[in-house]
Design a protein around this ligand. Structure first.
Ligand SMILES: C[S@@+](CC[C@H](N)C(=O)[O-])C[C@H]1O[C@@H](n2cnc3c(N)ncnc32)[C@H](O)[C@@H]1O
Length: 308
């Protein structure tokens, strides 16, 4: 025998490491088979899922006799693959080595990441794989990791904006006016300043000293949600990383951001505690011309992005 390919119904979701319980919560009542972080569902769940890093969208079960026939089977579906190994590590590593090389190196911000399709596969037993040539993400394991700048930015929050600008290929242009709400100590302002944007940064605490003195940054001490409709209309981009209950952010967005002429917004939805937030997440996602995503740089957070 060489190999046998069998299309499988459904999808597989790779949960976020350490936050697997959130995907379990989202799938409540929906049947799935779990392989460590990989959740395989035979039919699409009724509601949209958010707490995952990658979705395997076209499943095949592959029976194969040797490493080389396993690699041949995968190559018959497409060129580039990345494994999710949760058992059979040695065999899995050998199989991946028999496939065309794929780099999982962190990205450099500003570079153009390869956007070619990347399939995912896992070993269910020594001679049985689950594979998907089509995945939601083109990154290994769905992770958007960057070569970090350990000296420049005042906080690690800058990684969220690097990821948004890279994944969605849109970022403020030099001279654009950006409102950065909840800006201290200034990780997001630091990113925006380096892009040449003009920034109004609002927080109750100041930014790092050098950012406070930048000619492109105007710091306003006060309540982030007190920004006026005129200030929102004047800006091209709104950024909000305020620590607050998500329903407070939702009310602010509905009352002030949606009626404004803002073209872009990036807001972090921070979920403290373990309460089930599915209804509220669905409300954010239902706002017109927007989406809710989990960023690799998000912890127990999601990000709401408006583009219009
Ligand atoms: C996670 S930090 C922001 C980090 C920042 N984006 C960065 O890149 O460094 C959250 C900030 O929200 C601010 N904050 C919380 N509630 C606020 C409010 N109502 N108005 C203004 N700032 C607020 C806090 O002072 C804190 O600096």
């Amino acid at each position: 025998m060489s190999f046998q390919l069998q299309p499988q119904p459904g999808q597989a979701y790779l949960a976020i490491e350490g936050l697997e319980h959130l995907l379990v919560e989202e799938l409540a009542g929906h049947p799935y088979t779990r392989y460590e972080r990989l959740f395989v569902v035979g039919t699409a769940p009724e509601s949209t899922l958010y707490w995952y890093e990658n979705c395997w969208e076209e499943l095949y079960r592959i029976d194969f006799s040797s490493i080389s026939t396993g690699a041949k089977a995968l190559r018959s579906l497409q060129r580039s693959w990345w494994p999710y190994l949760w058992q059979q590590y040695r065999r899995g590593t050998l199989l991946q080595e028999a496939l065309p090389h794929v780099s999982a190196d962190p990205l450099s911000f500003g570079g153009v990441p390869l956007s070619s399709a990347l399939g995912s596969w896992t070993l269910l037993s020594p001679q049985e794989m689950l594979a998907s040539p089509r995945c939601a993400s083109t990154r290994p394991q769905g992770r958007w990791d960057f070569v970090e700048d350990k000296l420049g930015p005042p906080s690690r929050a800058y990684l969220k904006l690097w990821e948004v600008f890279t994944r969605f290929a849109q970022q403020p242009q030099a001279g654009d006016l950006c409102l950065d709400l909840g800006a201290s100590p200034g990780g997001w302002t630091w990113v925006l300043e380096r892009l040449g944007a003009q920034i109004i940064a609002v927080d109750r605490s100041p930014l790092r000293e050098d950012l406070m003195h930048s000619p492109r940054v105007e710091f306003r001490r006060g309540d982030a949600f007190g920004v006026s409709p005129a200030q929102l209309d004047a800006a091209q981009w709104l950024f909000c990383d305020v620590i607050c209950y998500p329903h407070k952010l939702y009310d602010f967005i509905v009352a002030k951001v949606m009626p404004s002429s803002l073209k872009h917004a990036v807001c972090t939805l921070k979920f403290q505690g373990n309460s089930d937030q599915r209804g509220l997440i669905a409300q954010f996602a239902a706002l017109p011309q927007s989406m809710v995503v989990h960023l690799s740089a998000n912890k127990h957070e999601l990000t709401w992005i408006l583009t219009r």
